[in-house]
Ligand binder design. Sequence first.
Ligand code: PEP
Ligand code: MG
Length: 325
Amino acid sequence: ERAEYAKLTDLPATTKDGVKFNLFLNAGLSFDLDHLDATGAEGVGLFRTEFQFMSSQTVPTLDEQAAFYEDAMRRAGTKPMVFRTLDLGGDKVAPFMGGDREENPALGWRALRLALDRPYFFRRQLRALIRASKSNPLRLMFPMVCSVEEFVQARELVDAEIAWAKKFNRETPSQLRVGAMVETPSFAFSIEALKGKVDFLSVGTNDLMQFFFAADRENKLVSERYDLLSPPALRLMKSIVDSANRAEIPISICGEAAGRPVEALALACLGYRRLSMQGARIGPMKRLLRGMDFAKVSQKVNLLIDSGSVDLRKELLKIIQQSDI
Ligand code: PEP
Ligand code: MG
């Protein structure tokens, strides 16, 4: 099968009836990027920058961060790459994070909240990313945004860093794109107000489902009771893609669901066209999409979703098994 996926590497993820999808890689280690070309991904949809911090006993210095990003950019070559700024806290703990244990770390002082409250720390990462990008394009994305104001505030810090680089005659990116993850319900209902402010969005279904169902993603006793294919979750996912389309904001999905064929198919039928996933998932997903008469499948799946009364997972699985792959 591997050899078969390899044949698809340079082929687009376009369905039989010509609907174009874009598949991207999720990465976090430089090692992941060595397989970028082999996976057949168009680029990196999510680079989790916290991995460098989680494997370090002390906070990485500006030079260490810049060297790490530069190496990552070199490995990605000319393919586009989205760097997610630090997403520490909750399930992502770094050895140097002391301080008081929080009662509810997933709901606590984490990710972008931490960045906005410690702008010096955040700006060091932004400076490292800008330095590493030299005069190439740079794509940044913020995690765990809860409101338009938080996004705007974070973007202002990016602008401040660009201004700093210019003032000191440093190179600045030839093109800057600043995006946000949609992984909190409050932000999912803020999308139309982001028009003209955000360059792109990416749905982090892992966290979004955790917060939507109030179910700890790390606790299997509760996390597995809740399903992205349930009517309320699908309604949320549909509302997100529709709002993004209305606001003309490009949107992708980078949560694990994007790489799971059954969920990904449902999401595709809701209107998502850009999916970012682990490397090993890309070949199979491309094969599935390329074998599909999408208009027909989508119509059928949307009827099933609207009826709300069937075992959607079973029906989707049947469609996948029957498709021409
Ligand atoms: C997500 O929450 O879906 C996501 C992609 O980010 P992470 O899994 O790193 O929290
Ligand atoms: Mg997340």
